[in-house]
Design a protein around this ligand. Structure first.
Ligand SMILES: [Zn+2]
Ligand SMILES: [Zn+2]
Length: 348
């Protein structure tokens, strides 16, 4: 535990001391390592981080740390405190059944506990998930910063979706930057401890539901109507997705949602035809379809999908489509699964 030492029963944390106070510890025989009570020698890493080294290594299992690792811990602890959290470096704890763990930096605020781990040595995904489970049993949320596997981590191919949420892992480069979010380690830590790191979309989150419609005329009676091109979902400004009509008709949860929001007065006001099964001459079957509010003629799914694609391909959606905000909903798993779920940082 090289950032911490003991002196006369008190804990001494290297980077919280002034330079003079730290230098004054040199040669102090009472200064002991926090891990094993060997003599502690105040030193500075090649990055200038003050730390304590074993006077004699002896039996102690805590090996020497790299200058990078020491400095990361200091940056994380200082960033956490800047965000109003209490930070404990080299913190030890255990699960209710006694499995011990040690976190590089444990941050606490009220009942919330977040452990940051800077992982330099190779550690498989399975091992990381195991260590994460130990944190979870201790009611600690673990967040991993790895200095390996950059490509795998940035392509997000290392875990299934639920694992990505359960075990957040981000690549940290050797200049203390988190390239995925294009920010410094310091800013990433203060941000993530201030609610700016969010996994979305996810079941349980609130989303604004809207209809994306297009004013057209009925192919049969030529009167004005509105066709629903897609359903829109939005969790935050930059977290939004659409489900095209073609998929809506094949998904029970989406249809159920439509049933609730497509109230008769809304349909009448917007001139949306009734949703019901109609026989189709093209497909020679009967299917759930949009219709004309005036003559009830079927408005074919394929026609609607082609119209939608034509509008979006030509980039004229603002001209030909209308966004009709409906209501706020709580996302079910199946609704969230239409969005591209991932970790997002600093979005509104
Ligand atoms: Zn030791
Ligand atoms: Zn019509």
């Amino acid at each position: 535990m090289p950032l911490k030492a003991q002196k006369d029963g008190d804990e001494v944390v290297s980077f919280t001391l002034t330079n003079d106070a730290f230098d004054a510890l040199r040669g102090d025989p009472e200064l002991r390592m926090a891990c094993c009570s060997a003599r502690a020698i105040p030193k500075r890493s090649k990055l200038g981080t003050p730390f304590f080294a074993h006077g004699r290594t002896g039996e102690c299992s805590s090996g020497p740390e790299t200058a990078f690792h020491l400095q990361s811990k200091v940056i994380i602890a200082q960033a956490a405190e800047a965000a109003g959290w209490q930070a404990i470096v080299e913190a030890s704890g255990q699960t209710p059944d006694g499995t011990p763990w040690r976190a590089d930096v444990l941050c606490t605020k009220g009942k919330a506990n977040v452990a940051f781990e800077v992982q330099r040595s190779p550690q498989t995904i399975a091992e990381t998930a195991e260590r994460q489970a130990i944190y979870e049993r201790s009611e600690v949320r673990g967040l991993w910063l790895m200095t390996r596997h950059r490509k795998t981590l940035e392509d997000r191919i290392w875990l299934d979706k639920s694992g990505e949420y359960t075990t957040p892992i981000f690549f940290l480069d050797d200049t203390f930057q988190v390239p995925r979010f294009n920010c410094s380690l310091h800013d990433f830590i203060t941000g993530s401890l201030s609610g700016q790191l969010l996994y979305a979309p996810r079941a349980g989150q609130r989303a604004q539901l809207s209809l994306h419609g297009s004013r057209q005329s009925c192919w049969k009676c030529r009167k004005q109507l509105m066709l629903i091109l897609e359903l829109g979902f939005q969790v935050r400004e930059h977290v939004r997705w659409e489900v095209p009509w073609m998929y809506v008709v094949e998904d029970d949860d989406l249809l159920q949602l439509l049933e609730v929001v497509l109230l008769p007065e809304l349909c009448q006001r917007l001139q949306i035809g009734q949703l019901k099964r109609r026989p189709s001459k093209t497909t020679k079957t009967t299917y759930l379809s949009q219709g004309c509010p005036h003559c009830d003629a079927l408005q074919g799914n394929y026609f609607i999908d082609e119209l939608r694609q034509k509008i979006y391909r030509s980039g004229t959606e603002t001209k030909y489509t209308q966004v009709i905000p409906l209501t706020q909903i709580t996302l079910k798993e199946s609704l969230a699964s239409w969005g591209n779920a991932r970790w997002q940082f600093r979005m509104e």
